[in-house]
Design a protein around this ligand. Sequence first.
Ligand code: GLP
Length: 244
Amino acid sequence: MKIIIVNNAKDAGEKAARLVIKEIKRKQNLVLGLATGKTMISFYKTLIRLINNRKIDISRIRTFNLDEYIGLSLNDRRSLRYYMDKNFFTKVDIKKEKIHFLDGKAKNKKRECARYEMKIKDAGGIDLQILGIGQDGHIGFNEPHSSFKSKTREVMLSEITRKNNAKFFGSADKVPRRALTMGIDTIMSAKKIILLAFGKNKAEIVARAVDGAVSEEVPASVLQKHKDIIFVLDKNAGSELEKG
Ligand code: GLP
């Protein structure tokens, strides 16, 4: 496990974006797992700048996003797909057919999740997965007590997650109750993982994920078992880590 602590959110986004560029240069048809949330904003901003300024060819990369709310369509301004279009996909020269997303409107959720697992497999697996962390330790939308063996599936969102995502919906009761998410095992199968976290409000959960017991109570603690995981933190998010 590698931990990189930088001064602020901007520097952390910059650091993570540079690591992604390095991977794209190494493998032009990289399979990139992407995340949403407030944390990712500075990361996507820098990634867009680096890709466009340095004329990095991303026409061959394939992307898979972690999760989507159930009931929201692609074009719904509150969907995670809309977030991605707005904050990344429309700002770079990425091929639409290489963008993969869970369909929150799919009638048969089980079939949709199986389709997604199959697509990831067909792509050769995820080379690099970007992750944020929820205040309750969730990764993707895998809430506490999700099985470490879980695959892509339908989940219920916790109250704390709905409260934290109220910022995108106006209020917590407007946040959908259910979502589709890559499972913990799906995430752990990525060859490399970069987790980003900023701010004092993430310090405690980051410490539990990094230094605490590996337990399904804290989904992100499973990452201690991954052989190529980098935590990119700002000073605040790293402030409760054990020293040394
Ligand atoms: C959301 C997403 C996660 C994200 C996390 C943190 O619910 N499903 O993928 O990492 O919560 O969000 P934020 O960056 O807004 O704190």
